[in-house]
Design a protein around this ligand. Structure first.
Ligand code: HEM
Length: 403
C-alpha cells in the first residue's frame, strides 16, 4: 500500500484489494464526473438501491440463459463476423474482436443489431467508445465539458438510431404478453426488456433505463474485445516456445479458457477501481481508510501479488498453480457487491477437473479465441501488431492475422 496524498490512498496487495471490494462501507466513486452517462446506473448505485436493481438484473445472468446465449447467439455471431475474414485469408484481431463483442453485448443489453451489418456495428462501436470516454471522464486530460457535449451528442444519435426502435419493439411485446395476446415464452431475454417489464416496481424513469443500457453497452463491449485480443496474443506468443500447446489450443477449448484466465489476470480491462469510505474504516492489516478519502484499488498490482500468484507472478503461465479459493483471473472481474455480472458469461466457470464436461461453461471470450485459432489464425509475419502509442498499457491499435 502506498500513500499518494493525505486524501488519496492506493491499495495494491491482494488481501487489501479483496477486503476493500467486499466492504459495504466503501462506496463506488469516480463516476460523478461522468454522470452524463453513469448517473444512477447499476455500477454507480450503493446499498439498498444497488441491491434491488442488481437482484432484478441478475435474473438474466443465470446459467440457463448463458446456455441459450452460447447456443443460439454466440455461434451465429462469431460465424458471421469471422467468415468474411477467413474467406479473405486475413483480418485484424482488434476489428474481429470488437465486431463480435459489440454485437453480443448489444444482444444482451436489448439493442437490435444484425451482426451481418458491419457498417452499423462500426457506427454503434463509435458511439459506445464515446460513452466509455464519458464514463472515465475523471481520468481524462481533455476539456471535460467538451467531452460531455460529445457524449450527449452520441447519446442522442444512439437514442434515435438504435435505442428507441429497440425499446418500442420490446414494449409492444411486453404489452401483448400482459394482455394475454402472447405467451410468456416470447419475453425477450435481455436487460432492456427486463427493466421495462419491472420499471414500476423499481420506479425506473425513462432516463434511468436509457442510461443503464448505454452503460451496459460500454461495460460489456470493450472489456470483451480487449480480453479477446490479449488472449489470442498471449497464446500465440506462448506457442512460439510451446508449439504443442498452440496446436492443442486450436482444438481444445478448455485449454483456451485456461489461457484466457491467465491473460485476464495480467491484463485487467479496468486497471483500477475507485471507492470512498462512508465512515472511517480499518482494514484487517490496520490500514486506516478515512471517511471521504479517495481509495484506489490497484487491480494490476493485486493480480501480481507474489504471496498469492508466486514468485513469477509477472510471467504468463497458463499452467500456474493457484491457491484454493483464488480465481485464476485474479480481481479482474472485481469482487463483492459490484462484482461483474458478466463474469461467467465472458470467463465461463472456474476450471474444476471434477466438473462433468456436460456442465462446463467456457465463456464468450474463450469461445471467440478458440474459433479464431481453430480457423488457423496466426500472426502475419509481414505485418507485426502495433501498440497504441497513446496508451501506457499494452493496447493494440492493430493486430494483423492470417488464416
Ligand atoms: C472480460 C470481460 C469483462 C471484464 C474484465 C469486466 C470487469 C468488470 C469489473 C472489474 C467490474 C467491477 C467494477 C467495480 O467494482 O468498480 C465490472 C462490473 C460490471 N460489469 Fe463487467 N467485465 C467484463 C464483461 C462484462 C460483460 C460482458 C457485461 C455485460 C454484458 C458486464 C457488465 C458489468 C456490469 C453491469 C457491472 C456492474 C455490476 C454492479 O455494479 O453490480 N461486464 N465488470
Amino acid at each position: 500500500m502506498e500513500k499518494e496524498t493525505t486524501n488519496k490512498i492506493r491499495l495494491a496487495s491482494w488481501l487489501q484489494v479483496r477486503e476493500a471490494f467486499r466492504s459495504k462501507e466503501l462506496r463506488q466513486a469516480g463516476y460523478a464526473e461522468g454522470a452524463v452517462v453513469m448517473a444512477d446506473t447499476l455500477l454507480d448505485l450503493h446499498g439498498k438501491a444497488h441491491r434491488e436493481r442488481r437482484r432484478l438484473e441478475n435474473r438474466l445472468f443465470r446459467r440457463e440463459i448463458f446456455s441459450y446465449w452460447e447456443h443460439e447467439i454466440l455461434g451465429r455471431t462469431i460465424d458471421i463476423t469471422l467468415s468474411p475474414f477467413i474467406e479473405n485469408g486475413r483480418g485484424d484481431l482488434s476489428i474481429i474482436g470488437y465486431r463480435c463483442a459489440m454485437n453480443l453485448t448489444a444482444t444482451i443489453a436489448g439493442i437490435d443489431q444484425d451482426p451481418a451489418e458491419a457498417k452499423q456495428t462500426e457506427i454503434l462501436y463509435g458511439i459506445v467508445k464515446k460513452f466509455s470516454e464519458g464514463a472515465t471522464l475523471l481520468h481524462s486530460t481533455r476539456d471535460k465539458d467538451e467531452v460531455r457535449e460529445e457524449v450527449k451528442e452520441a447519446m442522442g444519435q444512439f437514442a434515435r438510431d438504435f435505442y428507441l426502435p429497440s425499446r418500442n419493439a420490446r414494449q409492444l411485446i411486453i404489452d401483448e404478453i400482459e394482455s394475454g395476446a402472447r405467451d410468456e415464452e416470447d419475453m425477450p431475454k435481455d436487460v432492456l426488456s427486463t427493466l421495462l417489464r419491472n420499471r414500476d416496481q423499481l420506479s425506473l424513469s425513462d432516463e434511468i433505463i436509457f442510461r443503464e443500457i448505454c452503460f451496459y453497452l460500454q461495460a460489456g463491449a470493450h472489456s470483451t474485445a480487449n480480453a479477446f485480443t490479449h488472449t489470442v496474443d498471449d497464446i500465440l506468443i506462448w506457442g512460439d516456445e510451446h508449439p504443442e500447446d498452440l496446436e492443442l489450443a486450436r482444438q481444445d477449448l478448455s485449454l483456451v479458457q485456461r489461457c484466457m484466465h491467465e491473460s485476464l489476470r495480467l491484463n485487467p480491462a479496468s486497471p483500477v477501481a475507485l471507492r470512498t469510505p462512508l465512515q472511517d474504516i480499518s482494514l484487517s492489516d490496520g490500514t486506516l481508510l478515512k471517511e471521504g478519502t479517495e481509495v484506489t484499488l490497484d487491480l494490476i498490482q493485486a493480480n501480481r501479488d507474489q504471496d498469492i500468484f508466486g514468485a513469477k507472478s509477472e510471467e504468463y503461465d497458463p499452467y500456474r498453480e493457484i491457491p484454493d479459493g483464488i480465481p485464476r483471473w485474479g480481481m479482474s472481474f472485481g469482487a463483492g457487491t459490484h462484482a461483474c455480472v458478466g463474469a461467467e458469461l465472458d470467463g465461463g466457470l472456474e476450471i474444476d477437473p471434477d466438473r462433468p464436461s456436460s456442465e462446463a461453461l467456457f465463456g464468450t471470450v474463450a469461445i471467440m479465441a478458440h474459433a479464431l485459432l481453430s480457423a488457423g489464425g496466426r500472426r502475419d509475419p509481414d505485418n507485426l501488431p502495433q501498440l497504441d502509442p497513446n496508451s501506457e498499457r499494452k493496447h493494440f491499435s492493430s493486430y494483423p492475422v492470417l488464416f
